[in-house]
Design a protein around this ligand. Structure first.
Ligand SMILES: Nc1ncnc2c1ncn2[C@@H]1O[C@H](COP(=O)(O)OP(=O)(O)OP(=O)(O)O)[C@@H](O)[C@H]1O
Ligand SMILES: [Mg+2]
Length: 508
């Protein structure tokens, strides 16, 4: 049977300042569908080319006959519930049955390609399915027939794709399919669709010609997953309970934390997990480009920047505007999904004036991070950079032949200098050969906290070790749920000893 992998490994892409030199290709539905993003010299813009198997004329005819016959047979709703393997097998069996019934002569290599299209159209949502599988795609937008589908890409933002609906009937059929997958119904009398696809993505669509000029339209917003909790990250061995306990103290005492790392190294995932430790009554403002954060707190004001999609779009609101505005709400914590440009200045000024921040930034090491902060377009002074207390460095790692994410080190900034270098202290490091985390029991940030809040150092370390034990016990007891974790942290802030005794942490 043909093996399809709809979740190939996420590549480590780099953001290139010079878009004209972008030329990358990665797998979406392995081994059949790829994304190829490159600079189109003629049009002077980036293009997202969806590469799929090419069928010869006979192949197209065979596929059409199979699809027509299959529509009669397949109950899509049955298919949606199953695993990828089960569904592939189902399609494969049905297709082979029909091939012999219809007496089609199909060569093995042609069958594989045909199988891909059957899978894509019956299990997935046609040519849009590979886009839905692309980790880097945030939004998919179609404004009617004879106009390309646009996407919003994590790294390259708005891009035109090579996919276009030409036939209004076909596009209307596609919208019907979206409705059906969302468990909804569209018709000429009820032409607006608002629902969610089986993977959780939001879908909006219009069905008739009269609602919009170029025929039916649709927008798909990729989903926000339920974030991983701190204990789940321990279970994945992404970090140690001690590292989490350390961050819990830092977060409680309003330290400024940056999470750095390469693309898809798990920065946002860690950010979400650290947000659990924010004291319950705090006012939190979060700012991001993509809807990814899910902060487990009541007093949370999320804001998402609006980018103008397609060509000539209006109504752009960037991170800079949002951040400036957010300080008017006098937040206790400011969370920036990803710091990229001029908004960093506003953020650091906020940090310097007592609005602590937990944010992520694309950089492989503390050195590159500081250089990026101190050079254009950001250009912060070393004094401002020094308001940063700790940088967590996330990395992709292959451990025992498996792709994983590790918190490589926690680096405390002692003194950043104008030349981009910095004096640092590294309380935690990951040892790749043994896949363990080392802890050097000396934190400069704890010293700052001790002075600022008048808490003796030994008390801080005692508190740190209680929390580390608590987190370890929670992990051992498999307390992984979002709401459970949220409640435990809230309870801990109110009555720590009750929580410690409930989870059998020995306190003396
Ligand atoms: N701790 C982890 N262990 C295993 N896999 C992880 C971990 N954290 C994240 N991932 C995987 O990596 C993907 C990327 O994670 P995430 O979005 O947090 O990374 P990121 O560094 O913020 O990416 P980007 O550079 O796109 O902002 C997730 O979809 C998830 O599949
Ligand atoms: Mg991210």
């Amino acid at each position: 049977m043909v093996i399809i992998n709809p979740n190939p490994a996420i590549p480590a892409l780099h953001r290139l300042e010079d878009k004209a030199s972008v030329d990358i290709r990665y797998s979406l539905i392995s081994p059949y569908a790829n994304a190829h993003i490159y600079w189109d010299k003629e049009e002077g813009d980036l293009v997202y080319d969806l590469e799929e198997p090419i069928l010869n004329e006979q192949g197209k005819i065979d596929l059409k006959r199979l699809e027509d016959a299959m529509i009669e047979l397949i109950n899509v709703n049955v298919a949606v519930e199953r695993s990828v393997e089960q569904m592939s097998e189902y399609i494969d069996k049905t297709a082979k049955l029909l091939i012999s019934e219809l007496n089609l002569k199909i060569k093995e290599e042609d069958y594989e390609k045909i199988f891909y299209y059957l899978y894509r159209d019956f299990i997935g949502i046609n040519e849009v399915e590979p886009l839905l599988r692309d980790y880097f795609i945030e939004d998919i937008e179609c404004n009617g027939t004879d106009t390309p589908i646009y996407i919003v890409h994590r790294l390259y933002r708005n891009i035109r794709t090579t996919i276009k609906f030409r036939d209004p009937e076909k596009l209307a059929g596609f919208v019907e399919k979206l409705a059906q997958r969302a468990g909804k119904y569209v018709s000429y009398s009820e032409p607006l669709l608002d629902g969610s696809l089986p993977d959780g993505s939001r879908v909006n669509a219009t069905y008739t010609k009269d609602v919009t000029s170029r025929g039916p339209t649709f927008t798909i917003r990729k989903f926000t997953k339920v974030p991983w909790t701190p204990t789940q990250l321990i279970a994945l061995n992404t970090l140690s309970p001690e590292m989490l306990a350390y961050f819990w103290i830092l977060v409680q005492y309003k330290s400024n934390i940056f999470i750095a790392g390469g693309t898809a190294s798990g920065k946002t995932t860690l950010l979400n997990a650290l947000a659990f430790f924010i004291p319950p009554e705090s006012r939190i403002v979060s700012i991001e480009d993509t809807r990814e954060l899910k902060i487990p707190k009541e007093n949370w004001i999320p804001a998402v920047s609006r980018i103008a999609i397609g060509r000539g779009g209006v109504g752009e609101i960037d991170l800079f505007d949002l951040l400036k505005n957010s300080f008017r709400q006098n937040p206790d914590y400011v969370i920036v999904g990803e710091v990229r440009g001029k908004e960093a200045f506003v953020l650091f000024q906020g940090m310097a004036s007592g609005h602590p921040s937990i944010s992520t930034m694309h950089a492989d090491s503390v050195d590159t991070l500081i250089k990026r902060l101190e050079t254009p377009p950001i250009e912060l002074s070393p004094t401002l950079v020094n308001t940063l207390d700790c940088v967590a460095i996330m990395s992709h790692a292959i451990v025992k032949n498996k792709e994983t994410r590790r918190l490589r080190e926690c680096v405390e900034i002692i003194n950043a200098k104008a030349d981009g270098s910095a004096l640092v202290n590294t309380p935690f490091v990951w040892n790749p050969s043994q896949d363990v985390f080392y802890f050097k029991k000396q934190s400069k940030v704890f010293e700052k906290i001790s002075v600022r809040y008048g808490i003796p150092m030994d008390e801080l370390y005692e508190e740190f070790s209680k929390r580390a034990k608590l987190l370890y016990n929670l992990y051992k007891k498999k307390v992984f749920g979002f709401d459970e974790m949220k409640k435990i942290v809230t309870d801990y802030y109110k009555n720590p000893s009750a929580v410690l005794s409930k989870y059998e942490v020995d306190i003396r």
